[in-house]
Design a protein around this ligand. Structure first.
Ligand code: NZQ
Ligand code: ZN
Length: 386
């Protein structure tokens, strides 16, 4: 285990009937707020009315900024920054999944600087201050509700970059599992895949050989995510299943799993962000394509952790590379069982596109300092996704 500092400033209010807290919690941060949300789901399922009632009930003035799309667009964030400035909002409320929360984070940082917000994502400018942000989570997946990360798509350059800063952490996030009852099966599964990927990025990229506390925490989260996702796909109104999935997805990327692992990377995400940027596929769907291929390439180089994964997560008895490969296949079989794609062709992506995808991913590899990934290595991994 390595030395570490663990700091997470986000207050989590978890459970049924908690949306009514968003008004009082936000009123402590400002009187005029920008309300950021997606295309239509919260208007269809009644969450919008609940949130507005709580905000208005707390005496807040609300400026709507709806229309966030999946793989959220830079242009929509720029429009939100303009709105935030023109109305001199004092706080931002995000109601949705990772795309909405990330857009709100980008607005919270971009509204307070005179340069373009994309400069943060290119690593050209650092975040020094943000407007306070509160969230109501409606989809268990990205973990953005309790971390300092944000991911945005520059639809002009067709790049999807992510940046992290603890100032982006929401002040308060409301996690009511009943709000996810209306999440369709595909995004339920994509969210579970995303959360598993967050865990395995750290689990497999740490170079520390002795991390038993984190390993069992992460292995347990992976098992719980698979079990609770299966429950919810059987019964979308299964509260316990939705609650376990929601809390596991938040824990998967709030700093706790990575504490003590030392240097870790996000290589599977580095490649997947290009699939989302270039083909606008769901983030989790891109990850279920990339993950098995990346894992097989890595297992040949460093089999030990993959053998442990197969033994602990899938109760395999072997102790060799065959066990490592069988564990990867079991995970891939689970992706197939929840109908998340596992090949580029299933997502309609042609093998001929691999050089363009690899070139696109290389730009993010450089920003994220994933120096062991050159174009050939990325192409090799993508070739194994066909
Ligand atoms: O737009 P609406 O109409 O609201 O529909 C959304 C959207 O179409 C729908 N949805 C959300 N809550 C719902 C619902 N439908 C019915 N009932 C509900 N309760 O679900 C669709 C997908 O929403 P989205 O926010 O895009 O999904 P997710 O939460 O998976 O977020 C994905 C984004 O998060 C980023 C990804 O890159 C991607 O852009 N990530 C953010 C991270 C972070 N900030 O730490 C890390 C992650 O690795 C990830 O990169
Ligand atoms: Zn992710």
């Amino acid at each position: 285990m390595q030395s570490f500092v663990l700091y997470n400033p986000t207050k989590i209010i978890f459970g049924t009937d908690t949306v009514k807290e968003i008004g009082p919690e936000t009123a402590a941060l400002g009187r005029k707020i920008l309300l950021v949300f997606g295309k239509s789901s919260i208007k269809r399922n009644g969450i919008y009315e609940q949130v507005v009632a709580s905000l208005a009930g707390a005496g807040l003035e609300i400026i709507d900024h709806g229309g966030v799309v999946s793989n959220p667009h830079l242009s929509h964030v720029r429009a939100g920054i303009d709105k935030a400035r023109k109305n001199a909002v004092q706080a931002i409320v995000a109601v949705g999944g990772g795309s909405v929360i990330d857009s709100a984070k980008a607005i919270s940082a971009g509204a307070l600087v005179d340069h373009d917000v994309w400069q943060f994502f290119k690593g050209k400018k650092s975040i020094r201050k943000t407007l306070p942000l509160t969230c109501v989570l409606t989809l268990a997946a990205a973990g953005s509700e309790m971390n300092g990360g944000m991911v945005l798509t520059n639809e002009e350059t067709r790049q999807k970059f992510g940046v992290g800063n603890r100032l982006l952490c929401p002040k308060v996030s409301i996690l009511d599992p009943t709000l996810t009852f209306t999440v369709p099966p595909d995004y339920t599964a994509f969210g579970a895949v995303d959360a598993i990927a967050h865990i395995l990025e750290f689990y497999f990229t740490t170079r520390d050989q002795s991390t038993p506390v984190q390993d069992r925490f992460m292995e347990g989260l992976v098992l719980t995510i698979m079990e609770s996702c299966d429950r919810v796909l059987r019964d979308p109104l299964d509260y316990q299943g939705r609650a376990d999935l929601m809390w596991s997805a938040t824990l998967a990327l709030n700093g706790w799993t990575a504490a003590g692992l030392g240097m870790v990377g996000f290589p599977m995400h580095m490649i997947e962000h290009s699939l989302s940027a270039l083909y606008n596929i769901a983030h989790g769907a891109g990850l279920s394509i990339v993950m098995p291929a990346w894992m097989r390439c890595q297992a040949r180089l460093r089999p030990a952790k993959f053998i442990q994964f197969g033994q602990r997560v899938f109760a395999l008895s072997g102790n060799d590379e065959a066990c490592a490969m069988e564990g990867i296949k079991r995970l891939e079989d689970w992706f197939i069982s929840v109908k998340s794609p596992t090949t580029l062709s299933q997502a309609g992506i042609a093998a001929e596109d691999i050089p363009v995808i690899a070139e696109n991913a290389l730009a993010l590899a450089k920003i994220w300092r994933l120096n062991e990934y050159n174009k050939d290595i990325i192409m090799e991994i993508l070739a194994a996704c066909c």
